[in-house]
Design a protein around this ligand. Structure first.
Ligand SMILES: [Zn+2]
Length: 425
């Protein structure tokens, strides 16, 4: 590109020194600003300003003004998080950096297709970044034509700098996060990966705010049952409708000498808040049983896949010899939202007051299987329960897979009495 020629043209139309016009132009081109845009910026600087700026720079956009309609932008930002991940891109393995950037107006996520060497906390001027849509939001794409320079001054942001997070605050899409946890459960498994059989670890991590499932794709020795560790650079995916922690080859695991306290209770939420969260691995709700649905009580499962079947026909396995089982599908309602609670064999036995054999006998006596569901309905409907389990949300609605189920002790009458007692003191 003949910068001289363009500088000369600008110098003559603007009536400024050619060397000055050239320096302005060059400093813009160094940010990979397209030539026409750079010339426009130089014209603007010399026509309405007093020319006091020493370096012409493309104007930085505030993050809250970035929309997916823009092509290339310049931003002045603070790096909030940096995560590293290996992905398959157009048939090749590629290592990318990803995370969030912030300024005084908001935050935005980014993907960097090469290592620019920046770290969480750095203040940067990022020039000629692409804008694309990711999960319905604009995201910055930093590629070969993007320039990254240190900003002259620290960039202010209200967002938290660095990836340190409590488990309760993690949601799918989070990247470059650091956690301090106790390993509650871990299991070594062999899976059929891209490169043949691979060993992975999976289980449950906990801190004093929540418990979450995890997968370690590159087994780290320090991840063992009962150990406490700090894990840096994890990313969060959705697994069966709730957030799941992913530990990778880029994560560092450091054993901690002080044990991390694990919560033994689940966060108690309204059903509306739980559903709004998009799924939770471990949550507690207090709600009324509105209805016990069909498909509850004495049911039959496919011996191959465990699916509930009717008339000895499995959707996947055709004609099979069904196995008897007990379960409950109940509609819970707490006045804010309704979900379907799925209660497994053991808890159903407790609620029904008998096992599969007793249920079969009752069905034989009545010559009707429905008596079992009827007895359960009689027991549950209209009463309030404290229910703990894993909430997942799919296209059919919200399902709570129940781990614990007990009558709510804080029924409205008891609460009212407690309030009155308080008043009298
Ligand atoms: Zn089956």
């Amino acid at each position: 590109m003949d910068v001289d020629k363009h500088a000369e043209e600008l110098a003559s139309t603007l009536g400024v020194d050619k060397q000055e016009a050239k320096e302005d132009l060059e400093s813009l081109l160094q940010y990979s600003v397209p030539l026409e845009e750079a010339k426009q910026s130089v014209r603007r600087k010399h026509s309405d300003g007093d020319g006091s700026e020493t370096d012409a720079q493309p104007e930085s956009l505030p993050l809250d003004e970035i929309t997916t309609g823009l092509n290339n932008v310049t931003v002045t930002v603070r790096v909030l998080t940096v995560g590293t991940r290996r992905i398959q891109y157009q048939g090749d393995e590629q290592t990318i950096r990803e995370g969030r950037l912030g300024d005084g107006t908001g935050t935005i996520s980014y993907t960097a297709w090469q290592d620019f060497g920046f770290e969480a906390g750095d203040s940067l001027v990022v020039g000629n970044a692409g804008v694309r849509e990711w999960e319905g939001e604009p995201e910055l794409n930093l590629g070969a034509s993007t320039s990254v320079a240190m900003a002259d001054e620290p960039v202010d942001t209200d967002a938290t700098v660095g990836g340190d997070s409590d488990l309760i605050d993690l949601s799918p899409g989070d990247r470059g996060r650091n956690i301090e946890v106790t390993v509650e459960e871990v299991e070594r498994r062999t899976i059929d990966g891209r490169d043949g059989e691979t060993e992975i670890l999976s289980g449950v991590l906990a801190d004093d705010t929540a418990r979450l499932p995890f997968t370690d794709w590159d087994p780290h020795d320090a991840v063992e049952t009962g150990s406490s560790c700090r894990i840096e650079d994890v990313y969060i995916r959705e697994y069966r409708g709730s957030p799941s922690i992913n530990v990778s080859e880029f994560s560092t695991v450091t054993p901690l000498s002080e044990p991390v306290e694990a919560t033994d209770s689940a966060p108690e939420l309204s059903l509306a808040a739980a559903v709004d969260s998009g799924g939770l691995f471990d949550v507690e709700v207090v709600a009324n049983v509105l209805e016990v649905r069909d498909g509850s009580g004495l049911i039959e499962r496919c011996p191959e896949c465990g699916r509930v079947i009717q008339n000895d026909q499995c959707r996947s396995h055709g004609a099979v010899d069904g196995e008897d089982d007990l379960r409950i599908k109940a509609i819970l309602d707490d006045g804010t939202e309704t979900v379907t609670a799925i209660i497994g064999t053991e808890l159903t036995e407790e609620i029904y007051g008998g096992g599969v054999e007793a249920a079969k006998e009752a069905a034989r006596d009545a010559m009707d299987k429905a008596v079992v569901a009827d007895a359960i309905r009689e027991e549950l409907v209209g009463d309030s329960y404290r229910v703990r389990g894993s909430l997942s949300i799919d296209e059919y609605g919200a399902n709570l897979t129940v781990e614990a189920f007990e009558p709510a002790d804080d029924d409205p009458a008891a609460r009212a009495t407690a309030v009155l007692a308080g008043v009298r003191q």
